[in-house]
Design a protein around this ligand. Sequence first.
Ligand code: NAD
Length: 500
Amino acid sequence: MPEAALPVVNHYVSGAEFVSTSGRTAPVYDPALGVQTKSVALANAEELEVAIKAAKAAFPAWRDTSLARRQQILFTFRELLSSRREELAAILTEEHGKVLSDAAGEITRGLEVVEFATGFPHLLKGEYSENVSTGVDVYSTRQPLGVVGIISPFNFPAMVPLWFFPIAIAAGNTVVLKPSEKDPSSSNWLAALFTEAGLPDGVLNVVHGDKEAVDGLLTSPDVKSISFVGSTPIAHYVYETATQHGKRVQALGGAKNHMLVLPDADLDLAADAAVNAGFGSAGERCMAISVVVAVDPVADDLIAKITERVAGLVVGDGRRSCDMGPLVTEAHRDKVSSYLDIAVEDGATIAIDGRGIEVDGDAAGFWLGPTLIDNVPTSSRVYTDEIFGPVLSVVRVATYDDGLALINASRYGNGTAIFTNDGGAARRFQNEVEVGMIGINVPIPVPVAYYSFGGFKDSIFGDTKAYGPDGFHFFTRQKAITSRWLDPSHGGINLGFPQN
Ligand code: NAD
């Protein structure tokens, strides 16, 4: 179909589609078919301003909407999302490529945050101290910030927006969401569903775009905070720019997650975990395991077990019953597969080569099969770069201490896992490793919704993590009120602090 005849994904502002006239679009592909199926509008500064104005206009009434009413709307949104999750899963598979079961899992993790957010009145409660001085009480409240900006990546087009907007909205803020231009439709679907649940127009707006829209959000005086998730260089840029513009910022970046396998580990469990966490969602997860750190002498046995399991994986169109889908775009697939050449140049061994794999799908799809690279030198870009594809590296080390030192030397600190049957070793690891999310015999330790999500070092900029208690902290600010009600026995002049 000629590009002009393809459907266009437009913005969603004030509870309705907002047709872009910017004249700029980006292609949206069906990665399993390898064809462009839609275009997405790319906002200009004026279009972004319309969305920010809509959010600003909706704020005063929304922040004063009773907690009970806000809670009812959230409950309805939760019910609608739960009952219509298959529709959303189909959109995720069509635009991202992940298999349907994985898309359903993504929605479940997003729903957990909505469920957590429904309990928001408890998290917004302040504190009260009676008689701090005679007849004087002090108490605190947490209030919303105003218009908040959310910028999300391609790899979790539903879950990452759901990490933020239910909490921001529950807390009384209004939102402008800028999703990834690679798989934009799920954000519009979620926003329309929230409208259906009774959310007033303008509380949740979606603006599609690229750097121009992002820069507009980072610099607008009407946007009070930025929640960003994406690659480390962009996260750093977002953090620097938005903080320079006086905003509160949480910017979650990239990752390189290590799995340390000790000699006493259950190697079947470790091999299952390495395959699931290395190749699930084609490795396009910020919590994917990308390096297996094998402590002597486990490497050869572990590689044999991983190879056996990979042989049973079916790669193909996520709408069929496959284990792993394509990569998101052709350019990304080509970039990921170029690391196999780098690996050979740098002296590593390709243990499983995912190029040219047979697929249960269209030959034109953006395929790369599960790939395992052994003896990866830690100086190689295969080790140092975030590859973000189905490429699992093996690094062999002599001792636990060598493995720990390797992990702690990484610039990233998002997730890590240890596989062992030794409780003492696991306890030491959780204490010594410089990483924000740790799994003990669990390969993808994404915290549940009532804890908070975030890493260390170059995996996060800003001191507040996503969702959980940190989420409510981020989207509110505290007021402390000191009050005294007139009592004729108090009065008179006293220039000092009250003493009693
Ligand atoms: P990305 O950094 O390319 O894009 C993220 C967002 O930034 C998108 O909305 C995009 O439109 C925008 N953007 C892209 N280039 C920009 C630029 N030059 N200026 C301003 N904005 C720009 O990331 P991606 O490829 O969409 O997602 C994958 C990355 O996200 C990986 O690095 C992954 O580790 C990371 N990620 C991290 C987490 C986490 O919680 N730490 C979670 C999911 C994904």
